[in-house]
Write a protein that binds this ligand. Structure first.
Ligand code: GLN
Length: 218
């Protein structure tokens, strides 16, 4: 049970995807792929570059790319504080570099949102196996699909979630136990790239989190 407290999602009008507007931070990285999945799911998707682009959004995805670059551009565009405020009220999902940017600690000096109680290790898989693909068991996805099949995880110079703190919960780990997905209330972090697969279950799971955060705010 991880989508969020107060599960009465089906009552309000916001339970329909068509009525949601989801932003994708479009400073750098694989934002176009997330936009495409959202549009396929019938969601209004908006690229976010300016503070005003956050107005009226129901949720936000921070894509993969290069976390140092995303962080520096967020500082240059004067977005950092506004993103923090947004993430305290609405659902935010970071994939790969986006997960790093969401974290409290990346063990390096770079701009972070410091919203989520996770410590990450950048480029955790080293040069030899910088990129790889593997099947992941993600039990939480049963909430958006009856099919209990593994999720195909695509890792590209990926970070690991070294540790989770506070009320953060682990959603997925590699076979050796290293953490690759976590959730803390309305915040979601994945070290892999669901937007590069045909499988939209993580996106649909995130949309449920978006709706749960909206309901809690009412
Ligand atoms: N290696 C990148 C970083 O540390 C993340 C890679 C990715 O987002 N695919 O920011």
């Amino acid at each position: 049970m991880l989508i969020g407290a107060g599960e009465s999602l089906s009552q309000s009008g916001s339970s329909k995807n068509q009525e949601l507007t989801i932003g994708v931070l479009a400073l750098q990285g694989s934002f176009a792929e997330h936009m495409a999945v959202l549009e396929k799911l019938g969601v209004q998707a908006r690229e976010v570059r300016l503070r005003s682009d956050l107005d009226g959004l129901d949720g936000l995805i921070i894509p993969g790319g290069e976390s140092t670059t995303i962080g520096k551009l967020a500082v240059d565009f004067d977005l950092l504080e506004q993103l923090r405020v947004f993430g305290r009220e609405r659902a935010v999902w970071g994939t790969c570099a986006g997960a790093i940017f969401l974290s409290k600690d990346a063990r390096r000096d770079q701009p972070l949102l410091e919203l989520m109680d996770i410590t990450v290790e950048r480029n955790a898989f080293g040069r030899q196996i910088a990129s790889f693909e593997t099947e992941l068991d993600i039990p939480a996805l049963e909430q958006v699909s009856e099919h209990e099949k593994p999720f195909h995880g695509i890792f590209i110079r990926a970070p690991l979630i070294d540790s989770v703190e506070g009320d953060t919960q682990v959603l997925a780990a590699l076979e050796d136990g290293r953490i690759v997905a976590a959730q803390q209330g309305n915040l979601l972090a994945t070290a892999f790239h669901p937007e590069l697969t045909e499988d939209d279950r993580v996106h649909r799971y995130f949309l449920k989190m978006v709706k749960a955060a909206l309901e809690q705010d009412q």
